[in-house]
Ligand binder design. Sequence first.
Ligand SMILES: C[S@@+](CC[C@H](N)C(=O)[O-])C[C@H]1O[C@@H](n2cnc3c(N)ncnc32)[C@H](O)[C@@H]1O
Ligand code: SF4
Length: 373
Amino acid sequence: MAGIYLHIPFCKQRCTYCDFHFSTNFGSYRKELIAALCREIELRKAEIQTEIQTIYFGGGTPSLLENAELSLILATIRENYIVSETAEISLEANPEDVCEEKLAHWKKEGVNRLSIGLQSFKESDMQWMNRAHLASDGEKSVRLAQKLGFENITVDLIYGLPQLTKEEWKKHLELVTSLGISHISAYCLTVEPKTALHHQVKHNQLVTADEDTQSEQFELMVDFLKTKGFEQYEISNFAKNEQYSKHNSAYWQSVHYIGIGPSAHSFNGKQRRWNISNNSVYYKNVGVNDSWFTIENLSENEQWNELFLTGLRTKWGVSKKAIESLNSFTKAEFNLLENYISDGSMIETTSSFILSDAGKIRADGIASSFFRI
Ligand SMILES: C[S@@+](CC[C@H](N)C(=O)[O-])C[C@H]1O[C@@H](n2cnc3c(N)ncnc32)[C@H](O)[C@@H]1O
Ligand code: SF4
């Protein structure tokens, strides 16, 4: 089992909070960049011998791909890899790009899961986020995708926004659960360095929600979504009827994947690799197959840290088998584990250690307390 992630590094506008890799000025080289993506797909075919179960178009904004570009990328993958007939093929779409013509093309090409970036239902949020769509476009895009026959739809929301009240967040959750979708990803706003949001906060032009407000909105979301039949299978991800993201679940359980495109990451169990985060250097260097990625061998300590960081965020937890394979707990780590179990933050199952609902609120802190340096 393996997966392919494709990073499409184009966006219409720069959202104030976003530090993902993308460019808003790509018209002059988009052809070269798409050609480089296809070349990387070809160059790396020897890395994966097993069937591809998941393909994920992320970004940036994959819904900005022209129909012919998407077809070319998928055809190149199918020519060079064995793609399972039941593969999950996901595409991140921004509401302003969702139209009947594109939806029909995505469906024809085998895209069977859409991730639509709603972010908020409040019109004024769209402006300060510098989103390229109206809040009302979010719901319209979901309805249109459903009309065109997409059954596996997830949406992204952000909470912890400045001025988002508890009542408004509850309303957003009510609205999102009325859409008839099976999956929701909801992220707490983070202030990333070098973003416009960071600049505003640093110059006291904006005050973000404090930790208590963020925790309150997180708890409200977990409780509310549970009453609507959504299972929290990862800290920020909720699914109905086990309609988990196969791609992300595999990633969280350390299944091998290759990441294609500028800034994309890859993982093969022992090594992490990341591509250069510069569009023109990427396409030029892929063209001559030279210096466009860095490889890092993960030390046993890094594998251990990764295990806790990703594992503890999921319902599958950290497997006992994986812990054993990395020399098991030291005495100090075992004491730490026992403390978390006795204070109700962690739970032991037959095959793993997982976080309780109370533990999930401080997932990253608990994971990092197990880190080996
Ligand atoms: C990088 S975006 C790509 C998807 C698509 N371009 C979009 O805007 O919907 C993936 C998701 O990460 C989330 N995200 C990005 N930066 C964030 C931040 N600083 N804080 C919280 N969520 C963030 C947003 O919800 C976004 O939908
Ligand atoms: S949130 Fe999405 S659309 Fe906005 S800049 Fe980031 S990747 Fe682009």
